[in-house]
Design a binder for this molecule. Structure first.
Ligand code: ADP
Ligand code: ADP
Ligand code: MG
Length: 622
């Protein structure tokens, strides 16, 4: 068995890996950037090595420094986590060349699955059903248009090098094709350095079904059943579950067998996921499920599989990397119960899901109730440099309905402040009747639109009502009334949660009185000698990207990836001016009103600090 392990990652996945390594008696080495000097994963590891400045490309993406850190600390193996260098075949090779163990598949397997077109071609050869479409080398716009016409609309254009939901465009009609192709190629070139695309039939009523596979160095490959990841926002998963609702045994067997064939076709070793897309217009049927891509790493949503199989996938990874055979045969694996994961993002739904950064004054996920995998802690900070996912809440039980309720309950009780999260949005999503009935597809969130938006702030009326209800319960005994919870056992900052909307309050005990400090407004209630003063504060996030005076400021540190206007240009309200990439997301900065570009300070491919003036628009009467 590996004796020591360097984890080339950060955040929740680094903490997750450290937990299992520790349980197995494996010494752990963390790496960290400037921004992460105080981070949880650094504290949890036995040792930690500083590898560079905050931007990932200067630290977590610098393979040489990571390998040097492993050498310097005597680590025997490197676990890449997910994201960052996990699917970088050159890095995997460099790790092996340095005489270290790579906790992952062979570099050739990563390469084989790295580009979507080559991967699909290989899968066709292995007899795995793939989404109908065009994979050809001829990338001329005329040929692509002709192929799209032949496939029939809607068509999905995908960057062959794409990932993370980027580099995809849905085209609904032939006349849009040219424009969508160009914009997809532009994004692909800037994000992946490769503008080649493939075309796929856009599946209507699509459900994202994926299968966990595992291989070892003795030629064994098993699957650990499926997960359903159909609840997505902008092609990014938000809630995942296992098993998939409505999956019958025969269909399960068919796709799990296809997944094992796919893994065997690339000689797969370690943890991998075969992603399928299903046309669920008439339920899940084996002849309507197609291979989409393979992720050659541990997946973000692996915990739901762990819960229903009772296995620890990180332990499996470490055993396989040490040369041991898989801990279980296929026959020894079965599904027990139901599991669901919600991804808690530091982002503000009310501000277009803009990442929300800053100190975590209050952070309490009540992790005694359900499993929480997180990489942050109270008193820590959400930095602007990395992915905004701060935690995963994973509920498990015997019935799906009860699991949904448990997850929703845990989200309602969780306290994160003043950083904003998608928590209330997730609670609304979990209450969606179609979702509860298992009738979802990847378009559900988009279709619901504003209906899933939590109200921005509780009304005074609501708070007053909450105050009255609060009095009926001793505040130190966390009241558990429907729709209202106060998470406060004599702590200075609490979050008042009214019907899924949170308002932070300061909460102090003053003799007989319970006192809640108010910032903006105040509701005072007295009864039976007890006085409650409940207040609510408006915590507006960072100044919006578009100030009323036409000054477009960078809402957070990031990199300007595109500048779409020139000084002196006439622009119309809503027109995109600059694209900023921050926290792995692209943010389009748009014109707040009609006018002209009076000042242009943004240059493509440059780093900017928060508050930098990017563009100034001056009003112009038409
Ligand atoms: P996939 O859908 O391909 O399985 P996952 O959701 O498992 O992707 O995440 C894969 C990678 O994408 C992870 O490395 C994760 O860090 C990264 N990722 C997650 N959220 C985002 C995001 N908001 N923007 C860009 N990348 C992200
Ligand atoms: P990425 O590498 O970015 O994860 P995928 O190929 O896995 O890209 O696709 C991401 C998501 O896009 C899928 O989970 C699914 O929601 C949607 N999608 C992909 N292909 C199709 C398709 N042919 N039809 C409909 N939706 C699709
Ligand atoms: Mg994918």
């Amino acid at each position: 068995m590996i004796q020591s392990l360097l984890i080339a990652n950060r955040g929740e996945i680094a903490c997750r890996i450290i937990r299992t390594a520790r349980e197995m008696g494996v010494r752990t080495v963390a790496v960290f950037s400037d921004a992460d000097a105080e981070a949880l994963h650094v504290r949890l590891a036995d040792e930690a090595v500083h590898i560079g400045p905050s931007p990932a490309r200067e630290s977590y993406l610098v393979g040489d420094r990571i390998i040097a850190a492993a050498k310097a600390t005597g680590a025997a193996a490197i676990h890449p986590g997910y994201g960052f260098l996990s699917e970088n075949a050159d890095f995997a090779q460099a790790v092996l060349d340095a005489g270290l163990i790579w906790v992952g598949p062979k570099p050739e397997s990563i390469r084989a699955m790295g580009l979507k077109d080559a991967a699909k071609a290989r899968m066709i050869a292995a007899g795995v059903p793939v989404t109908p479409g065009y994979l050809g080398e001829d990338q001329s716009p005329a040929r692509l248009q002709a192929e799209a016409d032949a496939i029939g609309y809607p068509v999905l254009i995908k960057a062959v090098a794409g990932g993370g939901g980027k580099g995809m465009r849905r085209v609904d009609a032939a006349q849009q094709f040219g424009e969508m192709l160009q914009s997809c190629q532009r994004e692909a070139a800037s994000s992946f350095g490769d503008d080649r695309v493939l075309l796929e039939k856009y599946i209507l009523s699509p459900r994202h079904i994926e299968v966990q596979v595992f291989g070892d160095t003795h030629g064994n490959v098993v699957h650990l059943f499926e997960r359903d990841c159909s609840l997505q926002r902008r092609h990014q998963k938000v809630i995942e579950e296992a098993p998939a609702p409505g999956m019958d045994e025969a269909t399960r067997e068919a796709i799990c067998a296809a997944a094992v064939r796919a893994a065997k076709a690339v000689d797969y070793v370690g943890a991998g996921t075969i992603e399928f897309i299903a046309d669920a217009s008439e339920g899940l049927r084996a002849d309507r499920i197609w291979f989409m891509e393979m992720n050659t790493r541990l997946q973000v949503e692996h915990p739901v599989t762990e819960e229903i199989t009772g296995q620890d996938l990180v332990e499996w990874q470490l055993r396989v990397a040490s040369g041991e055979p898989l801990p279980c045969t296929q026959d020894e694996l079965s599904i027990q119960g139901w599991a669901m994961e919600a991804r808690l993002y530091a982002e503000d739904p009310a501000a277009g899901f803009l990442p929300s950064i800053g100190p975590l004054t209050a952070f309490d996920l009540n992790d005694s109730m359900i499993r929480c995998d997180t990489g942050v802690e109270e008193g820590g900070e959400v930095s602007p440099f990395y992915d905004p996912m701060i935690a995963k809440l994973i509920a498990y039980g015997s019935e799906r309905d009860a699991v949904i309720e448990r997850l929703s309950d845990a989200l309602l009780r969780s306290v994160v402040w003043p950083v904003k999260t998608n928590g209330a949005f997730l609670v609304k999503l979990l209450a969606d009747p179609d979702f509860i009935a298992g009738k979802m597809d990847t378009g559900l969130i988009d279709r619901r639109g504003d209906a899933l938006m939590p109200p921005r702030i509780p009304t005074e009326e609501t708070l007053r009502g909450a105050a009255w209800r609060l009095m009926e319960e001793a505040p130190e005994r966390r009241p558990d009334l429907p729709g209202f919870r106060l998470n406060a056992s004599v702590r200075r900052t609490a979050v008042l949660d009214v019907d899924g909307t949170r308002a932070p309050v300061d909460f102090t005990e003053d003799g007989e009185r319970w006192f809640m400090e108010v910032h903006d407004g105040r509701v005072r209630v007295t009864e039976n000698g007890q006085t409650f003063s409940i207040g609510f504060a408006r915590f507006d996030g960072k100044a919006g990207a578009s100030a009323g005076d036409g000054a477009i400021l960078a809402p957070m540190p990031g990199r300007v990836t595109a500048v779409d206007v020139a000084a002196g240009d006439t622009v119309t309200k809503g027109q995109r001016l600059v694209t900023l990439e921050a926290m792995k997301m692209e943010h389009g900065m748009t014109a707040p009103f009609d006018g002209v570009v009076a000042e242009l300070n943004a240059t493509a491919d440059t780093q900017v600090t928060e508050g930098t003036l990017l563009v100034k628009i001056e009003k112009r009467e038409p």
